[in-house]
Design a protein around this ligand. Structure first.
Ligand code: HEM
Ligand code: MTE
Ligand code: MO
Length: 394
């Protein structure tokens, strides 16, 4: 519905730009719908990998799939920021339409805007904040962001249903090379509308350029060819000790100088016939394998490195593990955050799942998990456990 003179009450502010129209709202709405849907699907996948139901199985291959998933999530999320701001500005005059609704259906549709807009702003603010390590709230980011995603997507279904006809008319007309029907055209918002100003093409083009620029300056955090452009990425994939980033330092978990005399890697649990307790030298004496695999952080950055170490499946075999065994990887530190991760049977038996001792032919530094870190294909970064002390096999 257009903002026409008779539906615009006297007390409302005057909106004089001709960009406040249904066609702009329709195009921006389509772009936002696509961005939010990609964000939602990739977000739910990431959630399920970390909290799988018994029905959910995440494969070990293709090795870089999680990297693409999370790169898409964060990039489409960032792209949505200018789109949402401009869309809210375009439709803002509708807030003052009078009467506020003419039917029950319209009341429902307009009420659904509260969770839709509130939730969308919440998702974008917490999401962008999280990747910049800005979390000025007490609740868990994952819990809040996840709940908001479902609320927003529910409200979005209502919103899309309500706006379907108008949007379809705009798109269908443009595809036929015609102007959209009068009902969707820019109605003069109020008397005194300024003629001129930006054309629609320039207005939408500028918005697209803003989104494109954000994407371009972010995606280099995970897409190596563009890494020199990753100006907006909080972490550059090529900076840090041994040439790649560190989130959780050894110092922050009190593991700056692990004494190799005391270090043992234990392979234990119901799933093994002979529990192992291996020194660092024992590990170094086992056959070493190499795999080029990414660390793909849930926060969107990723980095591909050449890792060398012992195959987890060799360790399991040496411990007489049952076939199809699964394992929990446990770190040396007491801090419970990210101390453990799970290896599915597919990952545990994958030839590229390593207990890495070296990276790019150098011994791991403390910040990258010395003495040994897990690295495996298609795992989120949080599951690439550093400073590994134990494999609990079942
Ligand atoms: C546009 C709407 C968005 C939707 C629908 C959405 C949805 C989701 C969902 C469902 C998850 C999984 C949460 C969980 O694991 O429990 C998630 C995770 C995440 N999202 Fe979003 N998100 C959106 C925007 C953003 C934005 C703009 C960013 C950052 C630029 C972002 C960054 C993240 C991060 C870093 C995670 C991983 C959290 C973790 O596992 O620690 N999200 N998102
Ligand atoms: N033991 C342990 N391993 C860990 C973490 C941790 O906090 N503790 N952080 C993880 C996260 S979130 C990522 S993305 C990768 C790479 O993180 P880094 O940059 O801190 O090395 O290591 C993972 N391994
Ligand atoms: Mo991470």
């Amino acid at each position: 519905m257009s903002t026409t003179v008779d539906s615009h009450p006297r007390w409302a502010p005057r909106f004089t730009s001709r960009q406040h129209d249904d066609e702009n709202a329709a195009w921006l709405g389509i772009a936002l719908g696509v961005a939010f849907t990609v964000c939602f699907v990739t977000g739910v996948v990431s959630h399920l990998i970390q909290d799988p139901g018994s029905w959910f199985h995440w494969p070990a291959r293709p090795a870089g799939l999680y990297r693409v998933n999370q790169g898409l999530h964060v990039t489409t999320g960032v792209v949505a920021v200018p789109l949402l701001i401009v869309k809210l500005w375009v439709v803002f005059p509708k807030l003052f339409e009078w009467p506020p609704f003419r039917s029950v259906a319209q009341a429902v549709e307009r009420l659904a805007l509260v969770p839709l807009v509130g939730g969308a702003v919440f998702l974008l603010v917490t999401g962008v904040g999280n990747v910049n390590i800005w979390r000025p709230y007490d609740f868990s980011f994952r819990t809040g962001h996840y709940a908001a995603a479902w609320i927003v997507m529910g409200a979005l279904v209502v919103h899309v249903a309500a706006k379907w006809a108008v949007t379809r008319d705009v798109v269908a007309a443009r595809l036929r090379g015609q102007s959209p029907p009068a009902s969707t055209e820019a109605a003069p918002a109020v008397e005194g509308e300024r003629p001129g100003g930006l054309s629609r093409r320039a207005f939408l083009g500028t918005t697209a350029a803003a989104s494109g620029a954000l994407a371009l300056f972010t995606v280099g955090q995970t897409f190596a060819p563009l890494r020199s452009l990753a100006l907006l990425a909080p972490r550059r994939p090529d900076s840090g000790p041994q040439g790649f980033p560190v989130n959780r330092t050894a110092e922050s978990v009190g593991l700056t100088d692990v004494d190799l005399a005391d270090y043992r890697l234990e392979v234990v649990g119901d799933g093994v016939a002979t529990p192992l307790s291996l020194t660092y030298d024992d590990l170094a004496a086992m056959p070493q394998h190499e795999a080029t695999l990414p660390i793909a952080c849930v926060e969107g950055w990723s980095t591909n490195q050449r890792w060398q170490g012992v195959r987890v499946r060799d360790l399991l075999e040496r411990a007489g593990a049952r076939s199809g065994a699964e394992a929990t990887v446990v770190a040396l530190h007491d801090n419970p955050r990210q101390r453990t991760s799970e290896l599915s049977s597919g990952q545990a038996s994958d030839p590229d799942t390593l207990l890495a001792l070296r990276v790019n032919d150098e011994v791991l530094v403390a910040d990258h998990g010395f003495p040994a870190r897990l690295i495996g294909p298609n795992r989120p970064g949080v599951h690439q456990t550093k400073w590994v002390a134990r494999l609990e096999v079942r």
